[in-house]
Design a binder for this molecule. Structure first.
Ligand SMILES: *Cc1c(COP(=O)(O)O)cnc(C)c1O
Length: 367
């Protein structure tokens, strides 16, 4: 049996309803900040439960623009997770700020108790990452941030509709960024992102920043970027928004099914699952004994298992200038050696999941 990682062919097997909407858009010529964008922003805000959603060019920009709006720039420091995807760090670096890393917990999120030690006079913001669709301990983090008068911008790119203590990811900080990248849970046909906020002044600034700082056709209020959510992608987004709850519930059910099965395999460790969190399984990751051999075994059996990520971001070549070395963030290091990701998407069948589980069981049998 083959168990693919990408389900995009299944998800968009019948693109006709979307293409019909795009055809209507083409007839209007409404290609930049058109009606579909305004509609998508309204629906996305209501989906998450925030006052403002601002469509931007990518998830990276959805993180960068709120930092920029807060005045973070050259020489400033932003605290973030040592095990995140490169885009978090890219967003911080693009505005000239320095990423300051904090190690993860085994739930793959920031170890909030280590944040305080990373704060310096140069710290201007904290960017927690709700990695894999899990949630950071936001009540605790917000308390620490408030004590130090530091704004929080959440990287919620993997965590659409996730919750901590019944409160959604993306609604805790002054701002948050979501990605609509084809591999994310709400996915369009290219690069797009959404910055969200409940703060009116932040929202106004984000609208300026994503469109060259133009207050209107003729007046430049501040210097900004060209980072508008594309009208064509907004059409795709509008088609997907009504499915997002359903997609989320399917991923959660698939995650729970794996969790139950893997709990019986002693060489596999399921990450801690706090019942305070509704995790949305952008990624399904386990800790596995002899991970590389298991990975190879799965690939040979036809299962597209992946490692997120074999080299933690803080040790990547592109970040050597920060002067870190192996061992600085031991939990992230250990995760890089032990984690394995299996498909968990809404199109995955029970047969495929059973095959994954049996393949893992078979690998460890007799050991
Ligand atoms: C996807 C992702 C982003 C944003 O990536 P884009 O490709 O720019 O949309 C940021 N942070 C994390 C953790 C992500 O997974």
């Amino acid at each position: 049996m083959k168990v693919r990682y990408s389900y995009l062919g299944q998800q968009f097997a019948d693109p006709d309803p979307i293409l019909a909407e795009i055809k209507k858009l083409v007839a209007t010529g409404d290609f930049t900040l058109g009606k579909p964008v305004a509609e998508f922003e309204k629906r996305f805000a209501s989906l998450i439960g925030v006052k403002h959603a601002i469509g931007v060019g990518s998830g990276t920009d959805a993180l960068k623009l709120p930092l920029k709006a807060l005045g973070v720039g050259h020489g400033d420091e932003v605290i973030t997770a040592a095990n995140t995807f490169v885009a978090t760090v890219g967003a911080i670096a693009e505005i000239g700020a320095k990423p300051v890393f904090v190690d993860a917990l085994d739930n793959f999120c920031l170890d909030v108790e280590k944040v305080e030690a990373a704060i310096t006079p140069k710290t201007k913001a904290i960017m927690p990452v709700h990695f894999t669709g899990e949630m950071c301990d936001m009540p605790r983090l917000m308390e620490i941030a408030a004590r130090h008068k530091l704004p929080v911008v959440e990287d919620a790119c993997q965590a659409i509709l996730a919750e901590c203590d019944g409160k959604r990811g993306g609604t805790w900080g002054i701002g948050a960024g979501f990605s609509l990248h084809p591999l994310k849970n709400l996915n369009v046909w290219g690069d797009s992102g959404v910055a969200v906020t409940n703060d009116d002044a932040m929202a106004a600034k984000l609208r300026l920043l994503r469109n060259h700082g133009l207050a209107n056709r003729d007046e430049v209020e501040i210097l900004g970027y060209n980072s508008r959510l594309d009208s064509v992608q907004a059409v795709v987004g509008n088609w997907l928004i009504p499915q997002t709850q359903d997609i989320t519930e399917k991923r959660i059910a698939n995650g729970a099914y794996y969790d139950r099965a893997f709990a019986d395999i002693k060489q596999v460790r399921v990450p801690p699952r706090s019942n305070r969190v509704k995790r949305v399984f952008h990624l399904y990751m386990i800790f596995a004994e002899d991970r590389d051999a298991l990975h190879k075994h799965c690939l040979q059996a036809g299962i597209s298992a992946k490692v997120h990520y074999p080299i933690p971001i803080y040790r990547q070549q592109g970040l050597l200038h920060l002067g870190h070395r192996r061992g600085d963030f031991p939990v992230s290091d250990r995760q890089a050696d032990e984690v394995l990701s299996f498909p968990v998407d809404q199109h995955l069948s029970r047969e495929e999941q059973d095959f994954v589980i049996e393949t893992v069981r078979g690998f460890y049998r007799g050991r």
